[in-house]
Each structure stands twice: as structure tokens, then as C-alpha cells.
Design a protein around this ligand. Sequence first.
Ligand code: FAD
Length: 427
Amino acid sequence: MILGVVRKARPNAFLTALKPTPRPLTPRPLPVNGEREPAPSRKIMLSQFFALNDDHRAIADMAQTFAREKIAPHALDWDERKHFPVDVLREAAALGMGGIYTGEDIGGSGLTRLDAVLIFEALAGGCPAVAAYLSIHNMATWMIDRFGDAAQRGKWGPGLTCMDLLASYCLTEPSAGSDAAAIKMKARRDGDFYVLNGVKQFISGAGASDVYIVMARTSDDGARGMTAFVVEKDAPGLSFGANERKMGWNAQPTRQVICDDCRIPAANRLGEEGQGFKIAMAGLDGGRLNIAACSLGGAAAALDKTLAYMGERQAFGKKLNDFQALQFRLADMAIDLEAARTFLWRAASALDAKTPDATQLCAMAKKFVTDAGFAVANDALQLHGGYGYLADYGVEKIVRDLRVHQILEGSNEIMRLIVARRLIEQK
Ligand SMILES: Cc1cc2nc3c(=O)[nH]c(=O)nc-3n(C[C@H](O)[C@H](O)[C@H](O)COP(=O)(O)OP(=O)(O)OC[C@H]3O[C@@H](n4cnc5c(N)ncnc54)[C@H](O)[C@@H]3O)c2cc1C
């Protein structure tokens, strides 16, 4: 992998299937004062909330097949060995999953957010932790596509979409998580360079990733004093903490990212000084949908395992699925997942259509779907009895993986805060 080289974008399977519209390699200005980007060329129809079209089904099928063949058979082993399957991620990228909603001119698939949630749900059926890293990579790649200038898009875009380069998103710090505007990492301008000092906490993919989107402070003016930067792995002064020991998400590393007089070219600044908070939050709208989709996929897989198990396991002379109390529980699990799925599609469609309430719907869906997904996975464990607690059945891993989705990319309390603030503002 050679950073700094303008790469040629590769075609991918989604593009071949869906006949894309190419986009020019030009920077696009940040939206100001609530203004929204023009809607994408593939129109979102209201009916998509309720029925998938042939394109959607083809995309979901491709991701499902990939999850079944390339991810699911190894998921327990990767979890146990804490193995980050970069080779498998690159295979996913070869099918177009490295830049799902990224511009085709830099090798992305140019798909919609609705397509993305279908893909992440399918992949998470194989392993939520692997799907979730891919979702973060997609979020960071989109940020460069969306907010980068022509040189930045050309320099990193093609490598990221084919996943020769892996990306991480660096906002959280040891003393600033939910209160993201309180970050302390400083970026000081020094001629044609910026010098970064500070520590980022809990960074997914850190140490393995090649490109870090880092939010740092260029002034003391709260959220308005934040600026986004692209920091390359080999930047002088950049180092990483130890791989954290975690409850779940073991198939991807989590480390501190440490900047100690870390010197990066001024040309690596993403957007203008002071736009970092907006850029960070814009990334998270889609990121939250993707994480929710990962909960949905994990929970759906847990429900499938439960149905199979209850059709075989006997108690009191009957199969478990002959007990009406347990049938009702299965029904409730399926109802909750379907409600979550429908809501997720609605939020994804709102983000695609860039409606004014898109951010709020993304926050609502993230809270609703990740809570529902965790509850269903936990019920699945309960319905497996003692066997659900054993690693070999694969359900406890799903529970462990899904738990963190209620905490990260904005905790579910913060999702409520976003929703409540808007409700009160609109009063
Ligand atoms: C495995 C893992 C991977 C992660 N990956 C990344 C990553 O790649 N990049 C990144 O930048 N970050 C990442 N994070 C960080 C994650 O986004 C934060 O942990 C999360 O935002 C919460 O911040 P915190 O842990 O500092 O908790 P705190 O902010 O300290 O919150 C503690 C508790 O208080 C609640 N709380 C805080 N403020 C309020 C309030 N005003 N009202 C109500 N409740 C409140 C929170 O919801 C939470 O329950 C990751 C975290 C984990 C565990």
C-alpha cells in the first residue's frame, strides 16, 4: 500500500449490475444554514418503505451470500482468536462494499443509504463485529468523498473503496465521549503543516487502519472550534495504544490513537477550519443507520438459530415450539424486528431524500433498532436455555456483539437527547 499516489478506481459488482451514473471528481461545498445537497439520481419512492425492488433484492442477496459463505463459517473462531479478517474485508470491497454510498468516480458503488442498510443487515447475519467495522470504514470513506477536495478524493478515495486502505473515525477522547464538542485534542497550524496533540479513545480499527479521520480543536470556540483532518498511519508522532479487551466486537481491534506532536500536511485538512463538528455529525447520521442495521442482522440470525433449536429441543415430552407461551415470545421477537426494519428503512430513505428531519429520524431509528436488536438477541439466548450461554451455539456472541451498539456512535441516551431537543425546539 503506497499512500500519496493517485489511484485508478476499479469497477465493482454492484456497478455492473446497476448501470451507474458517473460523477465528476470535484469538491462539493458544505451545506450551510440547514441547506441540503441535491437528491441523488436514484429516486426514493414512498413504496420502498414497504417493498423492495429488484435492485434492492439483488444487492441484499449478494451480501447475504457473501455473509453465508465468507463470514459466518469463521465468526466464532475470529471472535475467540480476536482475529481481524482484513483479507475477507477486501473480498467484500471487491464486490463494491468498501464504498457503498461513495462516488463511482473514486471506485465507490454510488448506492443509496437504503441499499447500505440492506447490505449491513445481511453482513451482520454472518458476524455483527465484521459488518460493524465495514460500516465505520464506509462512514469514513464517505466523509472523504463528501467533504474532501479533488486532490483528497483522488489521493485516498480509490484506495479506500477497494480497501487497499482501511479507515477509522476518531472523535471520542478519554474525557469526551457523549459531549463530543468537549474534545481537547489540539491542532496547531505551522506553515504548510498542522501539529496535532492529544489522545483519541476507543477507536475501531486503530493500528490496522491506514487513514484516520481525526477531529481536533483549532480554536477554543466549542463545537465551532473543531476541524477534521486526515491522518495517515505513517505520520510522524502518531502511535496506538494496546488492543482493548472487550465484551464483544472481538473480530476488530479497538485502540487509543495518540498524537504526540503529530505533523501532517495542511493539505490533509478536510473542509475548512471550524467545520469539523458538522463533518463529524454528518458522518454519524449514516453511521447510526448502519450500526442499527448490524443490530438487526445479528438479531435476525439469533432468531433463526432459536427457531431451529426450538424445533428440536424437547421438554416435558414436547418440542419447545409446541409451548404456546414460547410461540408468543417468538412472535413478539419477529414483530419487534419487523417494526425495527420498517423504521430503519424509513430513516434511510429520509437520509437519501435529505429531508429536514433526516438527522432526527436517524437518531430515533438508531435507538429503536439497537434496543430491539439487543432485546431479541437476549431473548434468543434465554430460549436456548443453558446452551445459549455456551460459545458453540453462537448466540452469546451475538448478544455480546450487539450490546455495544446501544453505546457507540452516540449512546441511546444521546439519541433521546437529539430527539427531545428537536421536539422542544419545534414547540
Ligand atoms: C467497542 C467500542 C468502539 C468504539 N469505536 C469508536 C470509534 O471508532 N470512534 C470514536 O470516535 N468513538 C468510538 N467509540 C466511543 C463511543 O462512541 C463512546 O463510548 C460513546 O459515545 C459514549 O461515550 P463515553 O464512553 O465517553 O460515555 P459518557 O459520555 O461518559 O457517558 C456515560 C453514560 O452517561 C450517559 N450520558 C452522558 N451524557 C448524558 C446526557 N447529557 N444525558 C443523558 N445521559 C447521558 C451516556 O449515555 C452513558 O450511558 C467506541 C466505543 C466502544 C465501546
